[in-house]
Ligand binder design. Structure first.
Ligand code: SF4
Length: 384
């Protein structure tokens, strides 16, 4: 929610970093910055430009993320001068959902409208022992074009800014605490690497959200160079959306495989830095007649050889516009048992929120079709 204010005092863009220039010409309008777009280090630099001490960044992080305050006037341990300086140069965005759907199983899906009219989805998922996981989006749409994914059918519209990633968490926390975050919503997080890393740094900041690194998982379709770059830049649990055991099937389901085939992907997984007792999660969407055979299970065991891995088996979530189907229950069980008998941790994940728009992108798609922003769905022809 970037806002523009017209400045009536003699200020130019240069004094965004605190340097006042006198001029007789009419000053241009100043575009205020959203402090939620700044990583903790960038916030320190911004305040340093205003001549303020480093610890002020910690105070701001506490107000914004730990206490959820967005109005500088309420930040009472900041001096009046600093509050006025901040109000002239910056703002703190605050989101409320435009649509909320709540499932009988407690899953809650939010649709947020962005300042350019685009929309993104966030899902709040109740887990065991009263805990909550939040699934956040990192892009509007997605360029990866996975054949089983509704979001992929929208194409990529744009990357989300750091503020637009963390605001999903801020808004969802108004409905109750969130213990875990998964970056598995709309978009390929590694296709928006810089903004995602900044958002992670904000989420980890001890003065602000204070999420532990084990509490956040990033899921990728397999952008190999970015996976390695991510491992160099920040600590985060990695999930890889695998979904196939041969290049032929993965090429069909996930076009990114044509650029980074299974051999390269698995080598990148082996090189990814893991903490002690850490594992890479491999997501495997089981699709009837496509990737759910015992031959697939056997190949999967071979692919995972030497990798500290955990497999999430996810029966395909049938949705309008897709020809793929959920596997037989017997096929799911046989697949899981085969992995478990080979000492591979294999967990069956049930799809939650079946009575609401459960599939990623489904709520956005339905609303935008109603508003005639998207064409009607027609089933994607199967290539097999
Ligand atoms: S599954 Fe993920 S990476 Fe693939 S198209 Fe959908 S959002 Fe993009």
């Amino acid at each position: 929610m970037r806002r523009t204010v017209v400045c009536f005092i003699r200020i130019t863009a240069a004094n965004l970093v605190g340097q006042k220039l006198l001029t007789n010409s009419c000053p241009p309008p100043i575009s205020r910055v959203d402090l939620k777009d700044y990583s903790p280090d960038e916030l320190v630099a911004f305040l340093s430009g205003l001549g303020k001490e480093r610890f002020r960044a910690g105070q701001l992080l506490r107000w914004i993320y730990a206490r959820g305050v967005t109005n500088f006037a309420e930040m009472t341990d900041l001096s009046r001068e600093l509050r006025e300086d901040l109000a002239a140069r910056a703002f703190v965005s605050d989101w409320s959902a435009e649509v909320v759907e709540t499932s009988t199983d407690g899953t809650r899906k939010y649709l947020f409208r962005l300042d350019d009219g685009q929309t993104v989805e966030t899902v709040r998922i109740p887990m065991e022992a009263g805990r909550t996981t939040l699934c956040v989006s990192t892009q509007v749409g997605c360029a990866m074009g996975c054949a089983f994914c509704l979001t992929g059918s929208f194409g990529l519209v744009r990357n989300l800014r750091p503020s637009e990633i963390v605001n999903q968490v801020c808004a969802a926390r108004k409905d109750g605490p969130v213990q875990n975050i998964v970056m598995m919503g709309m978009g390929e997080p590694l296709h928006n690497l810089d903004n995602v890393v900044k958002a992670l740094e904000i989420l980890y900041s001890t003065e602000g959200f204070d999420f532990g690194t084990r509490k956040i998982t990033l899921s990728t379709s397999g952008l190999v160079p970015e996976m390695l770059e991510l491992g160099r830049r920040v600590r985060v649990n990695l999930a890889v959306s695998l979904n196939a055991t041969t290049d032929a099937v993965r090429d069909e389901l996930m076009p990114i495989n044509r650029r980074y085939p299974l051999k390269e992907l698995m080598a990148a997984c082996r090189a990814y830095p893991l903490p002690p007792r850490g594992r890479i999660t491999f997501e495997y969407i089981l699709i009837r007649g496509v990737n759910d055979s015992l031959e697939d299970a056997k190949r999967l065991v071979k692919l995972l050889h030497g990798i500290k891995a955990k497999v999430n088996l996810i029966p395909f979530n049938e949705h309008e516009g897709s020809v793929y189907r959920i596997p037989e229950r017997s096929a799911i069980e046989a697949f899981q048992v085969y992995l478990l008998n080979r000492d591979i941790v294999a967990v069956r994940r049930s799809s939650k929120g079946q009575d609401i728009s459960a599939a990623c992108g489904q709520l956005k798609g339905r609303l935008e079709r109603e508003q005639k922003l998207l064409p009607e769905l027609s089933p994607t022809p199967a290539k097999r």
